[in-house]
Design a binder for this molecule. Structure first.
Ligand code: PGA
Length: 260
């Protein structure tokens, strides 16, 4: 795993945005795996800026979001449909029919999940998956104890995640208990994975993911097995890592041709 520590969340987000932009320029029909939450917001802002000021073209891009709450209609303000259209899709030229977000209202969730997996395969697979990380180490909504081989399915949120996500609902009691999420195995199939984490609230989860043993108790730790995983974090999220000096040393000595 490449570990890139940046002074601020904005600095980290610029690097993530440049990865996405390079892919979209090199491969106009790229398939992006996208995340919600506060973490990817500065990256989306930068991509919107690149679209508006530099003409970064998303018209051929296909997207698959990681997850959605069960029981929320797309127009619910706390749904991830609403989040994505407000913060990203509504401000770029992505084609609506190329956007995929799990359906929280599906009347047959297992069938929906199978179709979601098939749709990813039909596009040729995800080129770049962007991830946040939960304070409990979840990726997507794969909570601790999730099978590290899991596919898209229904999951039950932990009490910690329901508390972490309460703000969008105004009250922790209103956060749904269930979600549909890509599985850990689905995420691992992406050709490149970028995991972002900002703030000391994420420091323990990041330390476990990067330096801990691979364990379903910290689902992000499976990224140690991914051939091309990039962990881009700010100083706060790096505070519990043991080998920060080495990671900085490596990054400072990156060959020019590898730099973005
Ligand atoms: P956050 O959520 O970006 O809102 O911190 C991250 C996650 O739960 O994956």
């Amino acid at each position: 795993m490449e570990i890139i520590i940046q002074p601020t969340a904005d600095d980290a987000s610029m690097i993530a945005a440049r990865h996405v932009a390079r892919l979209v320029r090199d491969k106009p029909h790229a398939v992006l795996g996208l995340a919600t939450g506060s973490t990817p917001l500065p990256m989306y802002r930068e991509l919107v800026r690149m679209h508006k000021e530099q003409g970064l073209d998303f018209s051929g891009v296909t997207t698959f979001n990681l997850d959605e709450y069960v029981g929320l209609p797309p127009e619910h303000p706390a749904s991830y449909h609403a989040f994505m259209w407000e913060n990203f899709f509504g401000q770029i030229n992505v084609q609506r029919e190329r956007v995929h977000i799990p359906d929280g209202l599906s009347s047959h969730i297992p069938a929906f999940c199978r179709k979601y997996e098939e749709a990813i395969v039909a596009t040729g697979g995800i080129d770049l998956q962007v991830l946040g990380i939960g304070s409990d180490g979840h990726i997507g909504f794969n909570e601790p104890s999730s099978s590290l081989a899991s596919r898209t399915r229904i999951k039950t949120l932990t009490a910690e995640t329901r508390r972490d996500n309460a703000q969008a609902f105004g009250d922790a009691d209103k956060v749904p208990f269930h979600v549909v999420t890509m599985g850990v195995g689905t995420i691992m199939d992406a050709r490149h994975v970028i995991i972002l984490a900002f703030g000391d609230k994420k420091a323990e989860a990041i330390a476990g993911a990067v330096e801990g043993p691979i364990t379903a108790m910290n689902p992000a730790s499976i990224l140690q097995m991914h051939p091309v995983a990039t962990c881009i974090i700010d100083e706060g999220a790096a505070t519990k890592l043991a080998r920060t000096e080495y990671y900085r040393w490596v990054y400072d000595r990156k060959p020019d041709w590898q730099k973005l």
